[in-house]
Write a protein that binds this ligand. Structure first.
Ligand code: C2O
Length: 568
């Protein structure tokens, strides 16, 4: 694969030289044959790799990735968690910041990483292609700087994925046709492999080597489509040092929880007897009674010894099994998310200009008249599943992207009447009246002035069922100042806000039947989608868009669109 490093020296007024490192990559999106769980099928990959290529850069570097679509589906690539300051054109969500890259065409993403260090990832942002089109994006410390902790001896990206013994595009199409929930997956994977507990898989289980006494930084990414996951390593403590490419105040735990979209960097030290230990992940499933994939994926942490230096020589040694929480252990999930802290006092926005209260949850649409109920209304009691924020189920445009509409002032593509509060107050986490189960639909955005200090209270609902939602905001990192259960109460819950050292993330875990409060400054112009990162839910419309206006200064404006921007 072509990968070049260009070093451009810019001489400015005889000042010291400034080196800009540019990494150039080619992504070929194509069909590839792979075998998993005893079955060979065609999947869409990047450069024939599953998972796709790992990109490694330093904070401050520029990435240029030319994506050529040789698959039969429309595609886009999203750089999950990259701020994309003024470069919203390179963010990637289909019909939000660009039209899709049609089969046979290409588009080049260009962006510079500023102030982010740790682990992010990239994935397709079109239909359900991200099930197989994803990879790690590692951001090392800025040139000449180091980690805020002792440099680990090794670093290993571990991407947790979700596998169907079917084409994921068929899975979502079937769900959209029937109105029912999509089929649950057949396996979870670590770096593309299901591991020891699945049919036809154990000989390909991923092995992570380690020497006694060494420290390894595991860069754990949840790339699953529809499932929050617990992650653990048998007999080893995890020292959490970062999440979503922001450092954290280090703390020790046995298990971490990641919603789809989230990353967590943990240090492990090889302080146990030389042996093989399971690295394992399984579902954190908060929705009661809903079907889910209850399998466990594993990799192997293998101590290097003279008798056990290669995978082959060790297959006879059974790995020490890992202890994962029960699938519904919300207490452990909550313990993890509420322990995260920024390493030091953080510049949390105060004097809030925009205070939004946004409900997030499922819904059920009545069977549309004239439709064949037996075929197209297979949701609960002859309905169709839907989902919404503040009672609006989000619809993607199809003729032009929201960003083009914003940039060129094209009317009729979206409206800016997304409600900053629920249209009707109710007991969100109680027994919600059936009359409130059906949202309206629309392409509604909320407008923010450049520089606005924004607070969003995200409130889960108990419509049909309550569950944990991983809420992801594009183009921004935000502080998570508080979370809790039940209905958010400004009179009592505001006192619980951590305005000192809250964690910074790009994806917040909205607790099951609860709320989470995030804050950010709207300093990046463009159209930014905020959505549930469970793909079943975004498919049903659990999303909204912030339109952040340009500021006055040149450095406060969206850059002009690239010449090769795809047209719809
Ligand atoms: Cu990781 Cu909108 O996506």
């Amino acid at each position: 694969m072509a990968s070049f490093l260009f070093i451009v020296f810019i001489f400015a007024n005889a000042l010291p030289t400034l080196a800009q490192i540019v990494h150039q990559h080619d992504f070929i999106v194509q069909a590839s044959r792979v075998t998993r769980l005893c079955k060979t099928q065609n999947i869409v990959t990047v450069n024939g790799q599953y998972p796709g290529p790992t990109l490694e850069i330093n904070n401050g570097d520029t990435l240029v990735v030319k994506v050529t679509n040789r698959a039969k589906y429309n595609v886009t690539i999203h750089w999950h968690g990259i701020r994309q300051m003024r470069t919203a054109w390179s963010d990637g969500p289909e019909f939000i910041t660009q039209c899709p890259i049609r089969p046979g065409t290409s588009y080049t993403y260009r962006f510079t990483v500023e102030g982010q260090e740790g682990t992010l990832w990239w994935h397709a942002h079109s239909s359900w292609l991200r099930a197989t089109v994803y990879g790690a994006l590692i951001i090392h410390p800025k040139q000449g700087t180091s980690y805020p902790f002792a440099k680990p001896n090794r670093e290993t990206p571990l991407i947790l994925g979700e596998w169907w013994n079917a084409n994921p595009i068929d899975v979502v199409r079937e769900a959209t046709r029937t109105g029912a929930a999509p089929n649950v997956s057949d396996a979870f994977t670590i770096n593309g492999q299901p591991g020891d507990f699945y049919n036809c898989s154990s000989k390909d289980t991923i092995v992570v080597p380690i020497n006694s006494g060494e420290t390894n930084m595991l860069r754990v990414i949840n790339a699953a489509m529809n499932q929050q996951l617990f992650f653990t390593v048998a007999n080893h403590k995890l020292v959490v040092v970062g999440a979503d490419a922001s450092y954290l105040k280090p703390f020790t735990t046995n298990v971490i929880m990641l919603g789809p979209g989230q990353t967590t960097d943990v240090l492990i030290t090889a302080d146990q007897t030389s042996a093989r230990y399971h690295i394992a992940a399984s579902a954190y499933q908060s929705a009661q009674g809903a079907p889910f994939d209850n399998t466990t994926t594993t990799a192997i942490l293998q101590y290097n010894t003279s008798s056990c230096s290669s995978k082959q020589k060790c297959v006879s040694t059974k790995p020490v099994e890992a202890n994962l929480p029960k699938f519904n252990d919300t207490r452990i999930a909550t313990k993890f998310t509420t322990t995260l802290r920024s390493p030091r006092k953080a510049p949390v926005p105060t004097d809030i200009d925009e205070n939004l209260f946004i409900t997030a949850g499922l819904g059920l649409n009545k069977c549309p008249s004239g439709s064949n109920a037996s075929k197209s209304c297979q949701g609960p009691n002859g309905t169709r599943f839907t989902a919404s924020m503040n009672n609006v189920s989000f619809i993607l445009p199809s003729k032009v992207s929201l960003l083009q509409a914003f940039d060129q002032g094209i009317g009729g593509v979206y409206t800016t009447d997304f409600p900053p509060n629920p249209p009707l107050k109710f007991d969100y986490t109680g027994n919600v009246s059936r009359s409130l189960w059906q949202p309206i639909s629309g392409t509604k955005a909320y407008k923010l002035k450049y520089g606005a200090r924004v607070q969003v209270v995200l409130q889960g609902t108990n419509i049909f069922t309550a569950e944990n939602h991983p809420i992801h905001l594009h183009g921004y990192d935000f502080y998570i100042v508080a979370e809790g259960f039940g209905n958010f109460n400004p009179n009592t819950d505001t006192a619980k806000f951590n305005l000192i050292d809250p964690p910074m993330r790009n994806t917040a875990s909205l607790p099951v039947g609860g709320w989470v409060v995030i804050r950010f400054v709207a300093d990046n112009p463009g159209t930014w989608i905020m959505h549930c990162h469970l793909d079943a839910h975004i498919t049903w419309g659990l999303a909204m868009v912030f339109v952040v206006e340009n500021g006055i200064g040149e450095s406060q404006k969206l850059e002009p669109p690239p010449a090769d921007l795809p047209v719809c």
